[in-house]
Design a binder for this molecule. Structure first.
Ligand code: AMP
Ligand code: MG
Length: 327
């Protein structure tokens, strides 16, 4: 079975075609803000001007790989969560493609797609998942047919926190990877607010305090303090979910998961608890269309499709709203 998927919730616009075993083709075009952070309307304009090329490119690569568009079974798309204008651009293209190819539409939850592509790439069965991306930070695990959220940020996502701090310090968006590099050159640890409330997290106070700390500390030292504090918070909540659920696998997904220090800290925690740690290849860690296509495939195989009348975008779509019929 071959399924096409389109991603475009924020900065990444991409289209992929997958089957049960592999990615057949994937073409992407990323929005890079000229200055500041991701501007929803500008990102949507970027997606609108690039989407035709991205879809045509993915279809023609698939054809070269022996998968013509006539063999596609469904068109899946990121229905949410994400930035409204970006989601609407992608949904419009997905509807048009589904109507013209006369194949069903499958609306996919973007957070669940991160989890499913991670499980697929790493062959993990029943993990506790730490999902760390720009806008989202959640600890999820499957229970009674739903990915329940055991802990999450109460304000901004860890990626947004890193990017906001980075912009303030003069680093171009996205700040996350630059902060990782600078932190390696730190000479000392700068203490910053550690905010875990029950199972939930908060990153905005930490971000403000990190900006203030730049008055009296080097950028490298504050980057290091920021990472150590924020990542320890994430690891703490993940560890408590692991203990509570009595599971023995941890899967890291989402763009911030590319960070080596975060991976090391999770690995240490897992080693100490006798759990296994998994992190997908970076191409599946960040936003990508393969994860939408693959989750669309899992859903379609269970008979789940999205009528046009229900294909409206869902900017606040929570993963625990989706019934997981395929596990
Ligand atoms: P996503 O929305 O899942 O594609 O993730 C995007 C976020 O990942 C942005 O906030 C980036 O700053 C962040 N990010 C990417 N690479 C790294 C890294 N090596 N360390 C920390 N954050 C990163
Ligand atoms: Mg994402």
């Amino acid at each position: 079975m071959n399924i096409l998927g389109i991603e475009g919730t924020a900065w990444n616009l991409s289209c992929a075609i997958v089957d049960e075993k592999q990615v057949i083709s994937e073409v992407e075009s990323s929005y890079q803000p000229v200055k500041g952070g991701i501007h929803p309307r500008e990102a949507a304009q970027h997606h609108a001007s690039e989407i035709k090329g991205v879809i045509v490119g993915a279809l023609s690569n698939a054809k070269e790989n022996g998968v013509p568009k006539e063999s596609l079974s469904a068109v899946s798309f990121s229905q949410g969560p994400g930035m409204g204008p970006c989601l609407r651009t992608v949904a419009t293209a997905a509807r048009a493609l589904s109507l013209s190819l006369k194949i069903p539409l499958v609306g996919v939850n973007h957070c669940i797609a991160h989890v499913e592509v991670g499980r697929w790439n790493q062959n993990v069965k029943d993990p506790v998942v730490l999902y760390t991306s720009g806008a989202n930070s959640q600890v999820l695990s499957l229970r009674d047919k739903k990915y329940r959220i055991f802990g999450e940020t109460m304000d901004i996502g860890i990626g947004n926190a890193l990017d906001k701090f980075g912009r303030y310090a003069g680093l171009k968006h996205p700040g996350g990877p630059k902060i990782e590099k600078l932190a390696r050159q730190a000479k000392k640890y700068v203490p910053l607010p550690y905010v875990v409330k029950g199972m939930d997290l908060s990153f905005s106070g930490l971000t403000t305090a990190a900006k203030d700390a730049l008055k009296t500390n080097s950028l490298e030292d504050v980057c290091y303090g920021f990472q150590e504090t924020a990542f320890a918070m994430l690891v703490e909540v993940t560890e408590r979910a692991l203990a509570h659920l009595e599971k023995d696998e941890v899967l890291l997904v989402g763009g911030v998961g590319a960070n080596s220090r975060l991976k090391d800290m999770l690995k240490t925690m897992c080693d100490e608890r006798g759990a296994k740690f998994f992190a997908p290849d970076n191409r599946f860690m960040k936003d990508n269309a393969s994860m939408i296509a693959y989750t669309g495939l899992l859903m379609f195989k269970k008979g789940i499709t999205t009528p046009i009348s229900e294909s409206f975008v869902r900017p606040d779509y929570r993963p625990d709203n989706v019934c997981i019929l395929w596990v």
